[in-house]
Design a binder for this molecule. Structure first.
Ligand code: G3P
Ligand code: CA
Length: 261
């Protein structure tokens, strides 16, 4: 029986199980770069997660941290640098000399590499008090690239997700919650903002909570176990996808799991 059929049998109206490559395939390549997305796809991830931020001159780039310090050879806040300044940086050498010369991708460049090969799990990174227009620009890019069906927009910032829904209700959103958040509170917030999914830190979950979310029609996609045992436990709980730095391992586990047979 296919994963999809199994879920339908459980009376959960969801699609296929998502093997989510976290920041591409972060264990094997510099996170949030084209080589990392390509590696994630090679590892048979069917969804790629990446983080986006707005530059000083209003371009969306793919970057996890607020500053470029950790993942490039530069320094400074993304919000205080222009696209040109960010494009001049090396985003690969810090990971391994093999990746020297790798650039920070724009959102458009990330979409071009992934489109047609995997779905999109796009995380809006935004400081709590920022009122930048990243949501408008993201929705515009989703439509320009015709990836609405294959995209979920996620964020820890529920106001940002609410803004996305306000701009375009057809864009699917997933509320991210961290380990110190209460899952049921997260579920209430997800319903309040008309979300389709909740993406919790994986320690928060048990089978009962997964089932509670499913009864309310909410998909559950935890992040980011890198350990086989933990991945297996989550698969057994009936989650709808898992984000990990090792999508190749998760793919093997998902394909051999008795949960999907
Ligand atoms: O997919 C969710 C996960 O990426 C959230 O945490 O810090 O890796 O962005 P972080
Ligand atoms: Ca992320």
């Amino acid at each position: 029986m296919s994963i999809k059929d199994k879920k339908i049998q459980k009376n959960i109206s969801i699609g296929e199980f998502m093997v989510i490559g976290h920041r591409g395939a972060r264990a094997y390549a510099p996170e949030n770069t084209v080589p990392s997305f390509e590696k994630g796809i090679k590892c048979k991830a069917n969804m790629i997660e990446f983080d986006i931020r707005l530059t000083k001159d209003g371009h969306i780039v793919v970057m996890h941290d607020a500053t470029v310090n950790r993942t490039t050879n530069g320094t400074g806040l993304v919000s205080q640098l222009t696209l040109k300044q960010i494009k001049d940086l090396d985003a690969g050498a810090w990971f391994s000399p093999k990746f020297k010369g790798t650039k920070v991708p724009t959102l458009g460049e990330a979409i071009a590499v992934i489109k047609g090969k995997a779905k999109f799990d796009i995380e809006i990174k935004k400081e709590p008090h920022s009122n930048d227009a990243i949501e408008e620009k993201l929705v515009e890019e989703i439509f320009k690239n015709n990836i609405l069906e294959d995209t979920v927009v996620i964020s820890f910032n529920s106001s940002s997700l609410e803004r996305v829904k306000e701009i375009e209700p057809r864009v699917k959103i997933g509320f991210l919650i961290s380990r110190n958040y209460d899952f049921e509170q997260g579920l209430r917030e997800t319903l309040h903002i008309k979300g389709e999914a909740i993406h919790p830190e994986y320690h928060l979950l048990n089978a009962h909570l997964v089932s509670e979310a499913h009864k309310k029609g909410i998909l559950v996609r935890p992040w980011n176990p890198n350990d086989k045992e933990e991945m297996n436990k989550l698969i057994e709980m009936g989650v709808d996808g898992i984000g990990t730095d090792f999508p190749d391992i998760l793919r093997l586990l998902a394909e051999s799991s008795s949960s999907f047979k």
